[in-house]
Design a protein around this ligand. Sequence first.
Ligand SMILES: *Cc1c(COP(=O)(O)O)cnc(C)c1O
Length: 361
Amino acid sequence: MSRFWSPLVHRLTPYIPGEQPKLDKLIKLNTNESPYPPSPQAIAAIRGELANDGNGLRLYPDPEADHLKWAIAAHFSRFAIEPGQVFVGNGSDEVLAHAFMALLQHDQPVLFPDITYSFYPVYCALYGIAHRTLPLGDDFCLNVADYRPANGGIVIANPNAPTGRLLPLASIERLLAANPDSVVVVDEAYVDFGGETAIALVGAHANLLVVQTLSKSRALAGLRVGYAIGQHELIAGLARVKNSFNSYPLDRLAIVGAVAALADEEHFTWTRQAVMRSRAVLAEALGELAFEVVPSAANFIFARHPAHDAATLAAELRQRGIVVRHFALARIAQYLRITIGTDEQCAMLVDALREILQRQA
Ligand SMILES: *Cc1c(COP(=O)(O)O)cnc(C)c1O
């Protein structure tokens, strides 16, 4: 608390990111980063940008990052996406922040599920947007028929975080059709691990904004690149906020690295398939330890043990050098969210859990 803070700052409850431990030796399964390196082509492109002793960094980057917008549009050419239907930002968190301000700040409350990405209520508080949460079903499934109340917008993560549950495209289509006067933001941070992107619906639905990131499936969380795809009108709204906030959200290294990463289809396919294979193996192993595992279409697993407290399990894993995420929140306080690591990391996690469960028994 400080007398120098504005009233708004006094009222904020900022988002708390997962720990980035300073110790190197920890097995880090807490923030859904990729266990694999990014595309070597992305790294080569970043090196290239640093040629001539980094002389290019004297100059500002392209404020519109047009090269990257073209690359994203080309990547989704199967859905006839044009560069003018693409918005890019400093990670999808920034893209989402701009979406809340540009498209969701209306008289009626924004709707989102009770269990979802915990940044959404934080943006609402920052921008003074009222929100109303709608409870997911007992199995964490989202029922689109619940999204009837008058609203100033709807936000869903699909696959959802931290549950990993996937909503089929047909349900999203019904949500869009039932709320034609509201923007529906679909946050697809995890869609590459088993989902079907709603970008397919952008052409037919003026109220749809799809947000994706290079942080998870492209292994570039450290580069900070996210984007949104929607019809021109929505993109123009985002651009107005961005150009009132920061003209250069993406630096030169991020732009060239992202363009190269998107072009490396082979590396992308290999890493996401490796994660999906490991997820199946880990889900099975956790099941054998009597964990209840929520079906996941993401690069993490959400699970609880009927006989062991989740916070205690997380603390015991931490003592063994393994970090997983635990949310002390209603409904999910007995769950652990475990990022899919390499097969070796997953095996070490399972061994540690087996030992902990035996000891506590
Ligand atoms: C990780 C994550 C993001 C943020 O990703 P960045 O692009 O790294 O900012 C957004 N939404 C959800 C649901 C996420 O899990």
